[in-house]
Design a protein around this ligand. Sequence first.
Ligand code: NAD
Length: 304
Amino acid sequence: MSIEFKGRVAIVTGAGGGLGRQHALALAARGAKVVVNDLGGARDGSGGSVSAAQAVVDEIRAAGGEAIANGASVTDFEAVQAMVQQAVDAWGRVDILVNNAGILRDKSFAKMELADFKLVMDVHLMGAVNCTKAVWALMNEQKYGRIVMTTSSSGLYGNFGQSNYGAAKMALVGLMQTLSIEGAKNNIRVNCLAPTAATRMTEDLMPAEVLEALKPEGVVPAMLVLAAQDAPTRAILCAGAGSFEAAHITLTQGAYIGIAPDAPEELVARMAEVTDREGEQVPMSGSAQGTVEIGKAMAAAKAL
Ligand code: NAD
């Protein structure tokens, strides 16, 4: 089964370089009309120019595809709304949103200024919120939408010096979890992509031979699958160097301990049982955790 995007309109944020550029090129090569968004700033988010986005648009057009450039910052909701309008004016719809734009302001938490924490949250989390909010009504009306949030192993598992980045990236998983539930009735599928790739974002974080193996092209297939008509929803797909994995937020079977005064001591005594990963599950929604817990308590009460 071939994955193609003929007639689809995609917005890829932060597509002037790195992963976003490859995402935009791949979507266009498979038939999508693409809004190539990029602020065109430095890795830490300073500066800006539309020329980075325009260069990718030129590349797509030279290959026979359709694309338009946009230099909005994803942090500016009005500019993001204008970007969505730009796509609608040109092509009448928006089918795919790849929230990819991002910056780094790494420092250990002890040394990090709150301003750097807030800026990273603003670009990654609020940037994705702004872009998603700007297409949400349209996708609901169309009864079609595919949204990819770019999360990170730093968010899923942590990384020294990236408390701001990791917090923002894990927040995107939470955003995806709820939007995939809210979007389901109108065929809006929302997923997370956790990439590993050699880009300017990682060039000084990994050794040269590792960077060589980590071309952004090794991530792109996962984005295409998450943006496709037959995309899953609520997946966290990890991708790097052509390898693919899925991450899950799981719940162990746990144990019913009750609320007697000695419950904390009992909990310590049975911690191995509570944390045992055998039979762990992925709840269908947040409220499912409560349902599981009440079920165990009621079963314990019945057994008395
Ligand atoms: P990159 O720096 O090459 O690309 C990020 C792009 O986002 C840049 O072109 C930048 O100009 C643009 N951008 C930054 N702020 C923006 C804003 N406010 N509005 C619009 N555009 C903006 O880095 P990359 O590695 O290609 O990163 C792409 C995404 O993948 C990011 O979300 C990043 O956090 C994520 N990611 C990358 C890796 C990796 O290994 N490279 C790992 C995990 C997650």
